[in-house]
Ligand binder design. Sequence first.
Ligand SMILES: Nc1ncnc2c1ncn2[C@@H]1O[C@H](COP(=O)(O)OP(=O)(O)OP(=O)(O)O)[C@@H](O)[C@H]1O
Ligand SMILES: [Mg+2]
Length: 225
Amino acid sequence: MENVKPFLEFRNVSKIYPTGVRALEGVNLSFREGEFVFLFGPTGAGKTTLLKLINREERPTKGEVWLSGCRISHLEERYVPLLRQNLGVIFQDLRLVPEWTVFENLLVPLEVLRVKRSKAFQMVKEMLRFLQLEKKGLHRVEWLSGGEKQKLSVGRALIHRPELVLADEPTKNLDEESAQAVVGILSEFAQETKATVIVATHDQELLRIFPGRVVTLERGKVRAS
Ligand SMILES: Nc1ncnc2c1ncn2[C@@H]1O[C@H](COP(=O)(O)OP(=O)(O)OP(=O)(O)O)[C@@H](O)[C@H]1O
Ligand SMILES: [Mg+2]
C-alpha cells in the first residue's frame, strides 16, 4: 500500500485558554493534499480554535501541529509570516477595504508578495472571472451586496494560490443561494489546484450538497472524521 505522509497533521493537540476553558482535547487528525473538508460542530466546539492553531494565531497547550513536514506549532515567531504566505485565510470579519474597488482589494495581496504588475493584473482578472464578479471589478466594495463581499473575501484569500485554505464560517449571514455559491468556489478551487481546503460550518445543508470529508468536533473532541 502507498504510504503517503499527511500534508497537515494534529498530534494529540489540546488547547486550554488562560481562562481555563478547554477548547480542544487530545485531537488527532490528518489531512491529505487536495482534500476538501468540512469542520462541523456546534457553537463552542473548538472549530475556530483549531483553525487558529494552523495559522499560528494560537499555539497548543499540548501536542503538535505539522504542515508539509514542518512542526508549525513550534515554529519560531520570525518564520510565521512565511508560513502564512502558503495559507489562504477567510476570516469571519472579511477584512476588506470598503472604499477601495474590488480590483484593488484583489491586487493588494499580490503587491505584498511582490508579484510583477502585469502578472498580478492578469491574476486579478482571472480571479474576477472565477468569482463571476467580472462586471464588478471597478465597483467600490461598500457598494457590493453581502454575498458579493463574501465572494470577494474568498477571492482575496485564494488569489496567491495557497496550498492550504482555511475558511471560518464563510456562509454566515448569507442566504442559501449565496452560501452555495461561496462554497462552490472553494470546492472548485480545491479540485483545480489540489489545495487542501478546510471550511468550518454549522450548516448541515452544505454537507449534504457538497462532496467532502466531514470532521465533527464536539466540546473540543473529534467525534467523527
Ligand atoms: N481567546 C479565548 N480566550 C478564552 N476562551 C476562548 C477564546 N477563544 C475561544 N474560547 C473558548 O473556547 C471554546 C471554543 O471556542 P471556538 O471559538 O473555538 O468554538 P467554535 O466551534 O468556533 O464556535 P462557533 O461555532 O460559535 O464559532 C469556547 O468555549 C470559547 O468560549
Ligand atoms: Mg468559530
